[in-house]
Design a protein around this ligand. Structure first.
Ligand SMILES: Nc1ncnc2c1ncn2[C@@H]1O[C@H](COP(=O)(O)OP(=O)(O)OP(=O)(O)O)[C@@H](O)[C@H]1O
Ligand SMILES: [Mg+2]
Length: 509
């Protein structure tokens, strides 16, 4: 175990934490110390135990062994009310707001301001307004119903709720998974403001460049154990972090593009003047067999909506979509699926995972429907392929019979992705394919997507990570406020130029 001797007295000290679920030792003796005013990053592969550890810390789970020391004295953090009393606030990986309540009601849930008459309500609205302004989001109205907000905005509401109390330790479990680069910068500004006031922050992310930017010290978990703790960000090279997390040295690499792809390859997807009233307009897009086209831009620029329209989940107000030369009926998922379109959605958890079903059923469901349509079912073959994919994507714990509910966040993502990779599509639409996925599995996903393209599939990928789009795609389209503002070979443009393009016309604070 690597560690750096600390001098400051920690605000929080967790020692030898053990947490067992039936059949799974999620935490097998974890140590973590966090100082006031620091950003302490928690790293580890999907399933390493990060979320379980922070759920112990916020009182959601009771640990089986180990001690928690707060301000120098042994403390109990369970149930959650105790953790909240100590000043521990948590933004969970799976957002936990009440969708049918409004923003202010969610922020002050369980607080006296959420009850009572008109005076209380208007005070709640006023204070909600102040919190949201402080977070840099004046556009979120306290009266909006939370279920209607984007995941990124819902997260801001969770942050506002955390800040509405006296917080001494703020825990953020993969907050950037729902944010684009600009929103991440905004979040970092908020975090810096808090740490300057002495608040401690525990920050979980799979994006190592973020850790470099915001983190002070790092603790690395592997298979439920601490393998490195208190490492100073400045003194720990990325290669070392990857080695600690995975136990091996891997390159964070994109598969090579096929140089000089013949321009004569068949056009699979042809989109002309596609528009969705009020969201995007005038989108032209041609994707040939074997090609990966990336769409990048800010969250809310209309990228996901373009994919959803291609999939028939939204009804285009203008334009046409053709696949293999045949026009596809507007606004019909059935027609799009019959034409060979598959969409792996951005919000995978809510849009597609059957939590109580096994990993195996979740992976094969789309293909089963397809096979059933042709009147035969080769279960043995399906199972073999599902198992092979689960293994390649390193879905953990191994074994496809486990219910999806018990998998960690990143492993659930991989399950839904595997479903679409298994299914034989002509056009594969991938929305944020590596969100929440660890560095090891990312490279595997890139390789799989490339091999599907090589087999003749037309791929369209949306990602907020510009580096990912530039590395994976052959061609990129930059989308800003519902319009394609740039199109070129991916190799012909760099990250800074894309950022300039997406930010153009925006007021930079
Ligand atoms: N409620 C549960 N029941 C059974 N097993 C669970 C439960 N919650 C988590 N696990 C298991 O505990 C282990 C740790 O999961 P955890 O969610 O803490 O991982 P994580 O590090 O947060 O991963 P990710 O990066 O994917 O979010 C995993 O093997 C997971 O399958
Ligand atoms: Mg997690």
């Amino acid at each position: 175990m690597t560690s750096t001797p600390g001098t400051a007295q920690p605000l929080l000290q967790m020692t030898g934490i053990v947490k067992q679920f039936p059949g799974v030792l999620a935490l097998g003796g974890v140590d973590l110390d966090v100082r006031a005013g620091e950003v302490h990053c928690l790293l580890g592969q999907n399933g390493a135990g990060k979320s379980t550890l922070i759920k112990v810390l916020s009182g959601v789970y009771e640990h089986d062994e180990g001690t928690v020391t707060w301000d120098g004295a042994e403390a109990s953090v369970s149930p959650p009310a105790k953790a909240i009393d100590l000043g521990i606030a948590t933004i969970y990986q799976e957002l936990d707001l009440v969708p049918h309540l409004d923003v202010a009601e969610n922020i002050f849930l369980g607080h006296e301001l959420s009850r009572g008459g008109f005076m209380q309500r208007s005070r709640a609205h006023r204070e909600a307004r102040e919190l949201l302004d402080r977070l840099g989001h004046p556009e979120i109205a306290p009266t909006r119903i939370v279920g209607d907000l984007s995941p990124a905005k819902q997260q801001i509401v969770s942050m506002a709720r955390a800040l509405s109390r006296d917080t001494r330790l703020l825990i953020l479990d993969e907050p950037s998974a729902v944010l684009d680069q600009e929103e991440v910068q905004n979040l970092f500004r908020v975090i810096r403001g808090l740490t300057a006031e002495g608040v401690a922050v525990v920050y979980i992310s799979h994006r190592l460049e973020e850790i470099r930017e915001i983190g002070d010290r790092i603790t690395v978990l592997k298979d439920g154990r601490t393998v490195g703790t208190g490492l100073a960000v400045a003194d720990t090279p990325t290669a070392e972090l990857i080695r600690l997390m995975t136990g091996r040295s891997i390159e964070y690499a994109f598969p090579p593009r096929v140089e000089a792809r013949p321009d004569r390859a068949d056009v699979v997807l042809e989109v002309r003047d596609l528009g969705l009233a009020g969201v995007f307009s005038g989108v032209d897009l041609t994707v040939r067999a074997g090609e990966i086209v990336g769409l990048t831009g800010l969250v809310g620029a209309g990228r996901s909506e373009i994919l959803e329209t291609l999939y028939g989940a939204r009804r285009a107000s203008t334009g046409t979509v053709s696949i293999d030369g045949r026009r596809v009926r507007r606004g019909s998922i059935g027609a799009a699926v019959r034409a060979g379109v598959g969409l792996c959605p951005e919000e995978r958890k809510s849009q597609g995972l059957l939590l109580d079903e096994s990993v195996y059923s979740n992976v094969t469901i789309a293909s089963l429907l397809r096979f059933a349509r042709f009147g035969f079912l080769d279960r043995g073959e399906e199972k073999r392929r599902a198992e092979e994919l689960a293994k390649r994507l390193d879905i953990r714990p191994a074994g496809v019979t486990r219910p999806a509910r018990n998998l960690s966040g990143g492993n659930q993502q991989k399950v839904v992705l595997a479903r679409w990779l298994l299914r034989e599509c002509r056009v594969l639409l991938l929305d944020e394919p590596t969100r929440g996925v660890d560095v090891g599995a990312r490279t595997e996903i890139y390789t799989l997507v490339r091999s599907l393209a090589d087999a003749g599939v037309a791929v369209v990928v949306v990602s907020s990570e510009i580096e990912e789009v530039l590395g994976l795609a052959d061609r990129v389209l930059v989308v800003r406020e519902g319009e394609v503002v740039h199109e070129s070979a991916a190799a012909a443009i760099d990250e800074a130029t894309v950022l300039d393009l997406v930010m153009e016309g925006k007021v930079v604070q």
